[in-house]
Design a protein around this ligand. Structure first.
Ligand code: SAH
Length: 255
């Protein structure tokens, strides 16, 4: 029976064979690696990944799709975790000594930000992550200071990951087509992060970008003095989007 796409689960199934093959080439799975896919859906990517892997894990929320996947693949090839990726413990997947987990997925766009923040908790266990996301979101993730796209998502994720926009995917590659362009992003957890408490950095960055048209002195008033801004290497008269990651980290470390 044909599966009818469910909007509330953010279902846009990849159907373009060229795009699928470009994604698999970008991920470049190697036999023996441990991989988990978030939101496998009708297994468009899963099927191709399994050609190059002995076995893999998937996390899927839609129970109808879970049942299909369990029927289509033997257990020793595919471990299906039925549930919400936002609550999934990625540390529960067994990984051989000396290896790290690879995470992939054409993500449900309606939960992309919370999912990225949830995954950040597991960054030390992760080798890399390749995701299809809304193009605008990927542009914000990789944005440099001084650009319009640069903000909270850029700073928080660039603190933990090296990231690159790999390529753009048009709506026509999906069924049903989403309303926006998509892009593939590669995220590699930084092995040497700038030392900082994540929750404090998050608090500072949220405050700084709460009024992006104001100068930073006014944005963080009540949290930092002008002297502290200068101490962190920040010109108090500059706008929050001109302040780099190192400076935000220096500022957070003053708290
Ligand atoms: N990877 C497939 C499907 C993409 S659509 C493809 O490329 O064709 C997004 C998928 O994520 C759907 O299968 C949807 O059911 C699933 N999904 C949505 N929310 C989820 C969540 N919170 N946790 C896990 N999977 C989710």
């Amino acid at each position: 029976m044909k599966h009818v796409a469910r909007k509330r689960f953010g279902q846009n199934f990849l159907t373009d064979k060229m795009v699928l093959s470009d994604i698999i080439d970008t991920i470049a799975p190697q036999r023996g690696e441990t991989m988990v896919e978030i939101g496998p859906g009708l297994a468009a990517m899963t099927a191709l990944l399994l050609k190059q892997l002995d076995q893999m894990h998937v996390v899927e929320l839609d129970r109808d799709l879970v049942a299909r996947l369990e029927k289509a693949y033997p257990r020793e090839k595919l471990t299906v975790h039925s549930g919400d990726a936002l609550k999934f413990d990625f540390g529960s997947i067994p990984v051989p000594e000396g290896q790290r987990l690879r995470i992939v997925g054409n993500l449900p766009y309606n939960i992309s930000s919370p999912l990225l923040f949830h995954l950040a908790e597991f960054a030390p266990l992760v080798e890399d992550q390749h995701f299809m996301l809304q193009k605008e979101v990927v542009e914000r993730m990789v944005a440099e200071p001084g650009t319009k796209a640069y903000g909270r998502l850029s700073v928080m994720l660039q603190w933990r990951y090296d990231m690159s926009l790999m390529f753009i995917v048009p709506p026509t590659a999906f069924d049903p087509p989403p309303r926006v362009d998509s892009a593939i992003v590669r995220m590699v957890p930084k092995r040497e992060m700038l030392k900082c408490d994540g929750a404090t950095l998050e608090k500072v960055v949220a405050k700084a970008f709460s009024q992006r048209r104001k100068v930073i002195r006014n944005c963080v008033a009540g949290m930092f003095t002008e002297a502290q801004l200068v101490e962190a290497g920040i010109d108090p008269g500059t706008r929050p989007e001109a302040v780099g990651l190192e400076q935000y980290v220096a500022l957070a470390n003053l708290l």
